[in-house]
Write a protein that binds this ligand. Structure first.
Ligand SMILES: *Cc1c(COP(=O)(O)O)cnc(C)c1O
Length: 407
């Protein structure tokens, strides 16, 4: 008899985006004249940088000729991309990361989901609440949790991000082995200072723990005092793995390219307490289960590190940040409390009511779609997430409608 991995039965079906779609469809049916504006999704809306498109086209043409054709490439990514990443994203900011510590992949979703394979099933895991659901669900699938009860999985340590702690969780009071952090944060848009991040690095060192740092939104960090990478913190190389993606920084959500940094110094331990290099374990996993990102996509990604590419990406982020500013201004005027929107494309707004009630109010009174915070975890109740990923025109129109409806 073929039996299933019954950990899958513990998973909570996520109705968040299908519930949103249902409510929007029903509203649209009753109000066909209203142009609903979607500020809910976490997907970019603008085209790829021209430098990437040019490199993409050129690489596709190379594939047409036997002489320049590329078959399987190195699983970890081509040197031209790994070198550009190490130099521009790390060494230029004083973080000593080498090209061979970079593993190019087809997404930070897969990488943040797959990384847990390297660790024992009996470790203690700390996961933020609210959270990007991938960290949570992949550990449920792997059997690292108990059942779901009262809105939470048993056996996990939840790191509450609330207004009381400025949406930066406190260090766990119990001993944990694996810690997920994401800054700038999805969904709250909160950022972490170097000093605060240092306390996590120190915790990890003191407890022989490991930090998984999701920096998918680093491109939105404009405050020079804020860290873009955890490797800007002294000692982080021994205790942290970092995830990056071209999805939000260069519009690659549909093109697919990302990378994971596993420094050679980064260690985990066997049952006897002997240390093992996570770099070699991840390399083994990556080469066994992954055959590399397509050559034209890696060329398109490398092009964002050219002079033109950098300027175009900056303009892309500036465009979304103008939207974030417009949204924040409106919330200030309306008297809502929020976090995010200054070094992040997300604005996390306190509604003084149930998340879904707040969602329905914005939809019914203004035809604006947001994301109810409760969909990201218990601590998200009472909040909504508004995203800056849309056109200036749509965001301005949405904010005018909100001002009229709620002002
Ligand atoms: C969008 C996002 C990613 C990037 O995922 P990709 O698979 O690279 O597109 C990673 N982490 C978080 C928190 C995100 O919101």
């Amino acid at each position: 008899m073929i039996t299933i991995n019954d950990n899958y039965l513990k998973l909570q079906a996520s109705y968040l985006f299908s519930d949103i779609a249902k409510r929007v469809a029903s509203f649209q049916k009753n109000h066909p004249e209203i142009d609903v504006i979607k500020l809910g999704i976490g997907d970019v809306t603008k085209g790829l940088p021209p430098a990437s498109i040019e490199a993409f086209h050129k690489a596709v043409d190379e594939m047409a000729n036997d002489a320049s054709f590329k078959g399987y490439g190195p699983e970890q990514g081509y040197d031209f991309l790994r070198d550009a990443i190490a130099q521009n994203d790390f060494q230029a900011r004083g973080a000593d990361i080498q090209a061979d510590e970079i593993f190019v992949s087809d997404g930070a979703k897969c990488d943040t989901g797959n990384i847990q394979e390297l660790f024992s099933t009996d470790i203690t895991i700390a996961i933020p609440d609210p959270v990007y659901p991938v960290y949570l669900d992949t550990n449920v699938m792997a059997g690292r949790t108990g059942i779901f009860e009262n809105g939470r999985y048993q056996g996990l340590v939840y790191l509450d991000s609330t207004k009381e702690n400025n949406f930066i969780p406190a260090l766990p009071t119990e001993k944990v082995d694996l810690i997920y952090l994401c800054f700038p944060n999805n969904p709250t848009g909160s950022t972490i200072s170097k000093e605060e991040l240092k306390t996590w690095v120190d915790y990890a060192k003191d407890n022989k723990a490991l930090i998984l740092f999701d920096a998918a939104y680093e491109a939105f960090v404009r405050d020079e005092n804020l860290p873009k990478s955890i490797y800007e913190i002294d000692g982080a190389k021994e205790v942290a793995i970092e995830f990056r993606s071209f999805s939000k920084s260069a519009g690659f959500t549909g093109t697919r390219c990302a990378y994971t940094v596993v420094p050679k110094e980064c260690m985990a331990y066997d049952k006897e307490g002997k240390s093992h290099s996570l770099h070699s374990l991840w390399n083994r996993r990556h080469c066994t289960k992954f055959n590399g990102v397509s050559y034209p996509v890696q060329r398109a990604a490398a092009a964002i590190y050219t002079k033109e590419g950098k300027a175009q990406c900056k303009a892309l982020i500036d465009y979304y940040m103008e939207n974030a500013f417009t949204i924040c201004q409106t919330m200030d005027k309306l008297g809502y409390k929020y976090v995010g929107g200054d070094n992040s494309p997300y604005i996390w707004i306190e509604g003084n009511m149930d998340s879904w009630e707040f969602f329905d109010m914005l939809l019914n009174k203004a035809g604006v779609v947001c994301t109810p915070g409760a969909g990201f975890g218990k601590c998200g109740e009472g909040y909504i997430r508004i995203s800056a990923f849309n056109s200036h025109e749509k965001v301005q129109e949405a904010m005018q409608r909100l001002t009229k409806a709620l002002g």
